[in-house]
Design a protein. Structure first.
Length: 175
């Protein structure tokens, strides 16, 4: 699990850095949220949160968004935890991709709120922090959609991922 956690942290970093479009609030739109959700669903809340937080904060540091790194670590780790537990809760009642859709949307709403509050604190301006919401929504929609699509199209058909998600390593937090 530790090796997979490190691998997913590297995936999050790479996905975040692959496409990063600067926003008006000095943040950037990226594809990292896709892997944040996948890490939660595949690795569980603990390893998934570590991979999401470390990978996203590492990308911030490497791209020069140093002031965002600590907050990004917390927000992305919490996103993974929320995504895991919402998915787990809804999956008990329904099958299919609905659980992952609602889980990823919940995680992305947390991201939007988290960065809104941080930027409000950072810039001491409601208007400045409000200006970042559209770009965070765009990132959230892309991350949620891509994570569900990737899981359903590729990962859901991979035996090793199915085994992990069903607790194949006797990991009590797996879906």
């Amino acid at each position: 699990m530790l090796v997979l956690g490190g691998l997913f942290a590297a995936f999050v970093t790479a996905a975040t850095m692959l496409i990063h479009i600067p926003t008006p609030t000095k943040g950037y739109i990226n594809l990292g949220d896709c892997i944040v959700n996948l890490s939660a669903w595949i690795l569980g809340p603990i390893y998934g949160a570590c991979a999401a937080g470390i990978g996203s904060a590492s990308a911030d540091l490497l791209l020069g968004y140093t002031i965002y790194a600590p907050v990004t670590f917390v927000i992305k780790a919490l996103m993974a935890v929320v995504s895991f537990y919402v998915c787990r809760m809804i999956a008990k009642r329904t099958r299919g991709s609905l659980a992952r859709i609602l889980a990823s949307v919940s995680a992305e709403l947390l991201m939007i709120l988290g960065y809104f509050l941080f930027e409000w604190f950072l810039y001491q301006s409601f208007a400045a922090s409000f200006a970042g919401i559209p770009s965070n929504i765009a990132q959230g929609v892309g991350g949620a959609a891509l994570s569900v699509l990737l899981h359903e199209a590729l990962l859901n058909r991979t035996p090793a991922v199915k085994t992990l998600e069903q607790g194949g390593n006797n990991h009590k937090y797996m879906l």
